[in-house]
Write a protein that binds this ligand. Structure first.
Ligand code: FEO
Ligand code: CA
Ligand code: CA
Ligand code: CA
Length: 681
């Protein structure tokens, strides 16, 4: 099939209904939702929060990154569509854990609460079962799916079904020369050698390696830790923790800095709860969990087709608040590049370049592939220059700016990797408007990054730069200002090489309401206006760039959405002057924008139920089915609403999936065309 040059479906209108809206001629089916049993050892989900198991044999919550791995009947990895596959899904957070308990979460012995933000309450001693449910709804699920008469469905009880939780043992890997130093930073009471670590947490974006494994990326891991005692930390120790948002002193009265998991005294001596307390309670790191927060914030590799394989923390890719990990186009005989965003306001875009050169014969080798390509290599941070060029700055003790950094003294290269954010500050990376997912356009090898948004605190007229050029007020005036609608930047490496030290860039699209005037730089219309791009992914079949949103600025007009775009290439537009106006400040900023796509090449394809974010997408190789994650429907439900039995969303129960108790659930859906055609074309 020639790749389409225009989109082949009718644009979906903005919607604030509690439903998944699709173009005419398309249908969806739920594959799995939060709480579904993955085997027969636990009963089916009641959706009343009355389960007494710890959720570790169920689908987690907050579906996020996703990918599909095909298998032969003998269980071998294959890139052919066999009708039998493993679906791998990240489960990001416990923001809606209250929905999974009969009367909401318990604080100070009182039920009926909903902890939507950390650090706001004195939680008291948390009940063990609630803490276990909250812990185990995180992680990654691997489930077998099969295509039958009624389309794709999950195989409950398959021996491939796994739920990798924050308790699942993982291997700590890194460059051979640095490994001893890295492992010294992982030493805890549980693992005296630091060669292993426990589990994975806040699994947000994902990636797929050229050799056929899954990368899960650990995002906002920091607010889960508390510090119950001891003096406030100072010096480099405090600098390092603060840069990652980890608590540096015991909280003063009345406020808990975490979920309070550390307050549970477990029955077994397994430290499932103690590990969340990073206080110095002994004389050495071997006697407490002061270093436990060092064990999160990585790209973690999982081999779906080998259910007994241990996940591996790939420390060489750096520690930060990881979003997706996207590979550049693999070229046999050349090193591989992995592009990664750190999702925070004014955080950076990074690149890892492997020392090993790509050998396509490694396809299907599982964790041995990661051991080869994701342990030895160089880590860089991106600098976007105002003239449309960019450069990669190495994060290494060999970089004098890193070695001689005034705000923190790096002990060695292991310290640089584990505190990559500080190294990136030192090197002089460009602070971006919240780097979320990246994606690679296989048509030309260009790399795209969604920059979700930024606040007025960080972006004002006069503090913009060419790659983050907007600072304005949301036209409705009630939500936010700064860069409330976000944008998508893209770049092309010099000579398209993974090892390039320079690149050229422009801005593919700016989010905006279509009535936003000067802020609507991409000339969006009612058919394609969007805000806060987050998930990003290119179809291998159609070349369509799929854009997913995680928005709070345009939600007065529409729930979050999925759009399809047919992109050109870096430089197909031109130079622009952005007129920024915010409060009483005005300033101009020059930048570079892609060509205007118009309705034919950019269209809204899906609108999500109320309160949901759309995140995570993958496809079957023939492009006739796409899998999409719907995360946290009903997010705005308050504790008082729950007590009254009313939720902002009741999806997917209200759409006929699972018990319709009024409570919403995150879910994976599969979307197909009723005529069996290729999605989007
Ligand atoms: Fe998981 Fe950056 O959102
Ligand atoms: Ca997000
Ligand atoms: Ca608005
Ligand atoms: Ca979210």
């Amino acid at each position: 099939m020639a790749r389409p040059t225009t989109l082949g479906f009718a644009a979906v209108d903005k919607s604030i209904q509690d439903a998944v809206k699709l173009p005419p001629g398309y249908s969806y089916k739920v594959i799995h939702a939060t709480g579904d049993a993955i085997d027969f050892n636990v009963p089916g989900w009641t959706n009343l929060g009355i389960e007494t198991d710890d959720l570790s044999r169920r689908i987690g919550d907050q579906h996020d990154g996703i990918d599909i791995f095909f298998m032969t009947e003998q269980g071998q990895y294959t890139e052919k569509d066999t009708g039998r596959a493993l679906l791998v899904v990240n489960h990001e957070s416990c923001a809606e854990a209250a929905f999974l308990m009969e009367k909401g979460q318990t604080t100070n012995g009182q039920s009926g609460k909903k902890f939507h933000q950390f650090g706001a309450w004195d939680l008291g001693v948390r009940p063990e079962l609630e803490a276990l449910k909250e812990i185990n709804l995180h992680g990654v699920t691997v489930t077998e799916i099969r295509r039958g008469q009624a389309g794709w469905s999950m195989v409950r009880g398959s021996s491939y079904n796994r739920h990798i939780t924050p308790e699942t043992e993982s291997v700590v890997t890194g460059p051979e020369k640095e490994l001893a130093d890295i492992r010294s930073l992982f030493v805890t009471k549980r693992y005296a050698k630091g060669d292993l670590a426990r589990g994975t947490l806040n699994n947000c974006g994902s990636g797929r390696t050229p050799w056929g494994t899954y990368l899960t990326c650990e995002e906002n891991f920091y607010p889960y830790f508390n510090r119950t005692q001891g003096a406030a930390l100072s010096g480099d120790q405090a600098v390092a923790l603060k840069r990652y948002g980890v608590v540096t002193e015991a909280p003063t009265s009345g406020k808990s800095k975490s979920m309070g998991w550390h307050t549970v005294s477990g029955t077994a001596d397994d430290s499932r709860f103690e590990r969340w307390n990073v206080a110095l309670t002994s004389s050495s790191p071997k006697g407490d969990y002061r270093q436990e927060a060092n064990t999160f914030g990585y790209v973690v590799e999982i081999d779906p087709v080998r259910p007994t394989s241990k996940p591996a923390k790939r420390v060489a890719c750096g520690r930060f608040v990881h979003e997706a990990a996207v590979f550049g186009k693999p070229v046999a005989g050349n090193p591989l590049a992995v592009y990664m965003g750190c999702d925070g306001r004014n955080e950076y875009i990074y690149k890892f370049v492997s020392k090993a050169v790509w050998d396509p014969k490694d396809t299907g080798r599982g964790m041995a592939g990661g051991d080869k390509y994701l342990t030895e290599g160089k880590l860089y941070v991106a600098k976007f220059n105002d003239d449309g060029s960019g450069e990669w700055l190495e994060l290494s003790m060999k970089n004098p700016k890193v070695k001689n950094f005034s705000k923190y003294s790096f002990a060695n290269q292991a310290d640089v990797l584990v505190h990559a954010r500080l190294a990136a500050d030192a090197a002089g990376g460009t602070p971006m408007d919240r780097p979320e997912w990246g994606a690679m356009n296989a048509a030309n090898g260009e790399i795209y990054f969604a920059l979700t948004n930024n606040s007025a605190k960080n972006r004002q007229p006069g503090t913009t730069n060419a790659a983050n050029p907007r600072a304005y007020a949301d036209p409705d005036g009630k939500r936010r200002s700064g860069n409330p609608n976000g944008h998508i930047v893209r770049f092309r490496e010099d000579k398209n090489l993974a090892t390039a030290s320079t690149f050229v860039w422009d801005i593919f699209l700016f989010g905006a309401e279509e009535t936003a005037g000067d802020a609507n730089l991409s000339k969006l219309t009612a058919a394609n206006s969007f805000s806060s791009p987050d998930g990003l992914w290119f179809s291998n079949k159609t070349g369509i760039c799929w854009i997913q949103t995680d928005d709070g600025a345009m939600t007065d007009q529409s729930n979050c959405m999925l759009l399809a775009a047919i992109p050109g290439k870096v430089g197909d537009g031109g130079k622009i002057t952005v007129r920024n106006e915010m409060d009483t400040k005005t300033a101009e900023q020059t930048s570079f924008i892609g060509e205007t796509l118009g309705d034919a090449r950019l269209r809204r394809f899906l609108v999500a139920p109320k309160g949901a974010e759309v995140t995570g997408i993958c496809e079957t190789p023939d492009g006739r089915a796409i899998f999409v994650n719907i995360q946290h429907p009903g997010e705005a439900t308050k504790a008082a609403d729950m007590a009254a039995g009313t939720y902002q969303s009741s999806w997917p129960g209200n759409a006929g999936y699972g018990p319709n108790t009024g409570r919403p659930r995150s879910a994976t859906i599969v979307i197909t065309r009723d005529d069996g055609g290729i999605v989007g074309a």
